[in-house]
Ligand binder design. Sequence first.
Ligand code: SIN
Length: 540
Amino acid sequence: MEIYTDFLVLGSGIAGLSFAIKAAGLGTVAMVTKQDMTDSNTNMAQGGIAVVQDQADRFEYHINDTLICGGGLCNEGVVRFVVTEGPERIRELVQWGVEFTRSTNDPEQFDLGREGGHSMRRVIHAKDLTGQEIERALNEKACQEKNIRIFENHIAIDLIMKSSVIGQKIEIGDRCLGAYVLDIANNSVHTFRAKFIMLSTGGAGKVYLITTNPDIATADGIAMAYRAGAKIANMEFIQFHPTCLYHPDAKSFLISEAVRGEGAILKLKSGATFMEKYHPMKSLAPRDFVAKAIDTELKKSGDDYVLLDITHRDKDFLMSRFPNIYEKCLAFGIDMTRSPIPVVPAEHYLCGGVMVNTNGETSIERLFACGEVSCTGLHGANRLASNSLLEAVVFAQRSYRRVADLLSSVEDAPLPIPAWDPRGATESDESVVVSHNWDEIRRCMWNYVGIVRSDKRLERAQRRIDLIIREIEEYYRNFIITRDLLELRNIAVAAKLIVTCARMRKESRGLHFNLDYPDKDDRLWLKDTIISREELWRKT
Ligand code: SIN
């Protein structure tokens, strides 16, 4: 089947939905999402959206906090417009039906939470289920738009490039024409052709063994963009969230930083505090400091976890501010109002991704990227908490404005695209290859490319990942594709990109800490690590 539409949106989190809702005013939209519409990283977001609201707060303060957290690598121009355009985007979300928690003193105002690295209270939220509330409202809105057609349980395989259709080598100025998409339930591949393609597929949590991300976070957009020849940047900056619930039966449940914002204190199992040794903001320091401090303390003590203690706060307050976290902990036998919560760091957010300009355009014509999949220059070497949903809505608006300007100049006679070629692939009787390599990549990345890295560990990781990639490519060529195989292929590419960027950066900055280069080197490394498929080919 061939589907022709004005806009193809891959992914259904806040970035994809915001863009799709706006683009539906310009033309037809196909939204492709690999599970249900609500299965996205956005849906899991607990904290909220950082935005200047308080009388005492200033854009300059938010800009400054973002720049400090970003370790010298933020693009100041981007930081400035994201912060200043934020309040308008929040008004729009409210108009679309998102219900943020209001202040108990003044229902006209939002309740403002605080998180690590912020000098002021500025995180608007819907209790501790902010992402779920945003997804609910935006999904309802998208479903009402006649111009939006939704394809659930469909996963994009690869982008279709003009160069491959006309049999040329990838070159600068190559154009994206659409994507081949697997209908998972029916096991058939469709051609989606579009005038503009928006990648909003989220992050890469599943590259790591322990992550706060849902199962869908398999770096699909980054891997596809890389294979298509797009420029990718700063993949070494993986943000580890310091406080993921430690419990054998809890599948990576996040304990929001907002809990520390309300006074929770990190302690060792002995009850001793430790953050004062690492940062003047103590438990509310930026995440790179907190995660590294916990890692160091755990290695020193040999313990499996540290404790997050908020038992000094009022029970009613905790139950009303954090109903989700309270219930979840209770289900695992931990009453957070009476005993501290055992926590460990876990992979949480990818600060690098597909490079985009200030309009969300990638280095490939007609291909846009928005949300965690993209690298906009906002986060630099370390993202400030709750800046990511803000980035998504600001860039969705900017991309929308850009496509609105370009739409009339796009020709109407599209190139013929060949249907997907299954290349005589057969059913696999060796699915163990997929599950084995899945585990191996994630374990290898956790052990060798985690919070603390070294040249030796990175080299080891590179050797293993390269080997696994060769094995996966052979398997991919010979056997019928499945969702599991596509996701494995994508996490393998993302792992390679993370290791490559980490090996390039010969210093320590923000989220990248290498024991062999423990200091920041502003003379040589005050710059992004930018890679593309062409460049990596040339080097090998
Ligand atoms: C959290 O609630 O701690 C996560 C917020 C974020 O990652 O920005």
